[in-house]
Write a protein that binds this ligand. Structure first.
Ligand code: TYM
Length: 341
């Protein structure tokens, strides 16, 4: 069976609609057709200043939300990155294969570090994409003859990190022999980039958007409706897909089409002549129909922390077995002496 791996940072009290449509919805769908590994990347979460108690809570809230969305330990493997120490180990090896200039070209680093002042950014933030490459390649199916499919379901903003991962896989293979299957990005066509409700030119982002610009998965119905009704549109009245001139409406249409499983033409026809009000009202109901059951299940899962931790331990066990096997091969290829038995 083809394999997928993906990760998400536990850096907010809730995931948002961009995470859901850009990535998480695909995670759930892929568990039936693929051998799937999904991780909550707490090592990545400490690349910026963080609060330990908050990180601990958000890691559990993240795992609970993923299970509430439909991830199932019997059909996929969900785990916490720091439970499998090989992630950090492989990251070191890969960092020794990455050029300084190559790492300096990562646009997410440039954006994030510009915000703090470049010299205030941590070295960890700089090497973040290399740790991400390690997350992925540690779960590479065995390389060699035969078609092996290895995909990474993510939003558009991760494309450059995936390119780096492919380059590192190929470089490693070239220097040390066929080891990794270079992974392919799996990016949804319609919802690859959900934008900020208040600033339709910017992506909806945990770190950059204002609360008014974000729709949280765990948001209560009242505020959820308000934010959608207040989403920035334009001075016109036409519900029409037009990225250039109607970025706000177009973003809302993308959300509508993805959640309502319908086409843009259909939405345009349905709201012809009725203005933005009814369209937004219906969109709010679509969002709530999707997120309300997830919010309720998340709360239930969080009520039994021990059970949640047990589920995560199961995931770590399975992921760890794959990671250890692959890391053993990497150590050998690189030339490290095996630890005698
Ligand atoms: P993170 O935690 O920032 O985001 C998680 C996922 O959500 C997608 N996403 C979006 N998609 C569409 N529209 C948006 N506005 C939007 N905002 C976020 C992201 O593309 C991502 O798929 N570096 C990764 C985490 C990571 C990872 C990995 C991913 C670490 N190791 C290994 C894949 C494989 C990240 O920042 O995700």
């Amino acid at each position: 069976t083809p394999r997928v791996l993906s990760g998400i940072q536990p850096t907010a009290d809730s995931f948002h609609l961009g995470n859901y449509l850009g990535a998480l919805r695909q995670w759930v769908a892929l568990q039936d057709s693929h051998e799937a590994f999904y991780c909550v990347v707490d090592l990545h979460a400490i690349t910026v200043e963080h609060d330990p108690a908050l990180l601990r809570r958000r890691t559990r809230v993240s795992a609970a939300q993923l299970l509430a969305m439909g991830l199932d330990q019997d059909r996929s493997t969900l785990f916490v990155q720091s439970h499998v120490p090989e992630h950090a180990e492989l990251a070191w090896v890969l960092s020794c294969l990455t050029g300084f200039g190559e790492a300096s070209r990562m646009t997410q680093f440039k954006d994030k570090s510009a915000k703090q002042g470049a010299s205030a950014a941590s070295v960890g933030l700089f090497t973040y994409p290399i740790l991400q490459a390690a997350d992925i390649l540690l779960y590479s199916p065995e390389a060699g003859p035969g078609e092996r499919v290895f995909q990474v379901p993510v939003g558009e903003d991760q494309r450059q990190h995936l390119e780096l991962t492919r380059d590192l896989a190929q470089r490693f293979n070239h220097r040390f022999g066929e080891t990794f299957v270079p992974p392919a990005a799996y990016i949804p066509e319609t919802a690859a980039k959900i934008t900020d409700l208040q600033e339709p030119a910017a992506k909806m982002s945990k770190s950059a958007s204002s609360p008014q610009g974000i729709l949280d998965v765990l948001e209560e119905p009242g505020p959820m409706r308000k934010k959608i009704m207040r989403a920035v549109t334009d001075t016109g009245t036409e519900v029409r897909y037009d990225e250039e001139n109607k970025a706000g409406v177009t973003n809302l249409m993308r959300i509508y089409a993805a959640l309502g499983e319908t086409s843009y033409a259909d939405i345009e026809a349905r709201y012809a002549g009725s203005g933005y009000g009814q369209f937004k009202k219906d969109l709010a109901e679509l969002v709530l129909d999707t997120f309300t059951p997830i919010r309720e299940r998340t709360q239930k899962l969080l009520a039994d922390e021990e059970q949640l931790d047990r589920l995560l331990a199961q995931g770590a066990e399975r992921a760890g077995a794959v990671a250890r096997r692959n890391m053993e091969i990497v150590r050998d290829r690189v030339g490290f002496v095996g630890r005698g038995r």
